[in-house]
Design a protein around this ligand. Structure first.
Ligand SMILES: NC(=O)c1ccc[n+]([C@@H]2O[C@H](COP(=O)([O-])OP(=O)(O)OC[C@H]3O[C@@H](n4cnc5c(N)ncnc54)[C@H](OP(=O)(O)O)[C@@H]3O)[C@@H](O)[C@H]2O)c1
Length: 325
């Protein structure tokens, strides 16, 4: 089969479109004929292998151990391992795997859900990592409640677009922060208020929020803290290195002082949450925003675009139906 692979850390230039062995599913795994994959910041961060401490976490100090990009996948089940009970050949599924940018990929059964019929493969592939992050940031870390004032910083990216939809589905009053060119798109996603960060700094506006989800954090943790109501929560998913460092190391101390909580988190892939997202997709409460679609051989170009940091929603890789048979 054809797959996108790399043999050294580096920029998207090191990605190759190569012939590789078709994977064989393990006992708890499902072999998927990939129809679409979606890219995440994690893909270019792991590809670059920077900052260096990241290599300790992913293994492969000099050479990468993970050699294929793509976590988010959607496609048709081709075969199942002998302990798999939830899926059978022919089922249309979406979820998380390793090496989704390929004609075939294997995923653990509990990292998949059935694709709702109203969603395309491209839409379903756009969902997993970004929407799980938005859901868990709002619900588990942010303890979102109906009627709360919720601000999503970085509302126009992969995580942020899902966060706006999911916060609305919880009945919150949502403020989306994005740049000028995305203001109309943020309104059409259902945000009650939109702030253009090139013209207005919400941390200086005097407004207070019950929950701030930083999909892309670019302010100091002290600015986010000031913008919280008493008892408010700041949940940081990603952003600049300084902001991530502050949330991880200063957040726990600031949370001990007063009633405001400052947390950072890593999303977890769970069967339960994938099924919740499937139901939200089926009900039309979550509508994936897809910025670009690239065919599999153009994965490097797609990743270059994502890494530039201004994608509007998700960047999706498509695999032709007839390929890989
Ligand atoms: N914690 C986790 O488990 C987890 C999971 C997934 C992702 N992440 C992290 O979360 C972050 C966001 O991921 P993503 O998929 O949403 O990334 P993304 O799609 O690449 O984000 C791009 C968006 O960021 C917006 N942006 C850029 N600068 C901004 C600023 N100063 N203020 C507000 N928005 C700004 C851009 O809007 P404009 O073009 O309008 O500037 C663009 O729409 C990344 O750092 C990623 O590593 C963490």
């Amino acid at each position: 089969m054809k797959a996108i692979v790399y043999h050294d850390y580096g920029s998207p230039d090191v990605l190759r479109y190569e012939e590789v062995e078709k994977p064989v599913p393990g006992d708890e795994e499902v072999l998927i004929k990939v129809r679409a994959a979606a890219l995440n910041a994690l893909d270019w961060r792991i590809l670059r292998g920077k900052p260096w401490p990241m290599r300790l976490m992913i293994g492969g100090l000099r050479k990468p151990k993970i050699t294929r990009p793509g976590r988010d996948v959607a496609g048709r089940v081709e075969a199942v391992g002998r302990n798999v009970t939830r899926f059978k050949p022919g089922d249309e599924v979406f979820g998380v795997c390793l090496g989704a940018c390929a004609e075939y990929a294997c995923a653990k059964e509990d990292r998949l859900a059935l694709k709702p019929p109203n969603a395309s493969f491209e839409e379903a592939a756009a969902v997993p990592v970004a929407a799980l992050t938005a859901l868990q940031g709002l619900r588990d870390k942010g303890r979102i409640q109906p009627g709360q004032k919720v601000l999503v910083d970085g509302a126009s990216g992969g995580v942020g677009t899902f966060a706006v939809h999911i916060a609305k589905s919880f009945g919150a009053e949502v403020t989306a922060v994005c740049s000028t060119r995305n203001v109309d798109a943020a309104r059409s996603m259902g945000a009650d208020h939109v702030m253009d960060y090139t013209r207005e700094d919400f941390t200086q506006s005097g407004q207070r929020y019950d929950l701030i989800l930083a999909a892309n954090a670019y302010h100091s943790i002290f600015d986010y803290r000031r913008a919280l109501s008493p008892g408010g929560i700041y949940a940081m998913a990603g952003g600049g290195w300084l902001q991530m460092f502050q949330a991880m190391f200063l957040g726990p101390f600031l949370s001990l002082m007063g009633s405001k909580k400052m947390v950072s988190f890593m999303a977890k892939v769970t069967k339960t949450d994938l099924v919740i997202l499937k139901d939200l997709l089926a009900a039309g409460k979550v509508v994936p925003v897809i910025d670009r679609r690239h065919p599999l051989p153009e994965t490097a170009e797609a990743l270059r675009y994502l890494e530039a940091g201004h994608a509007r929603g998700k960047v999706v890789i498509t695999v032709e139906e007839g390929k890989g048979n």
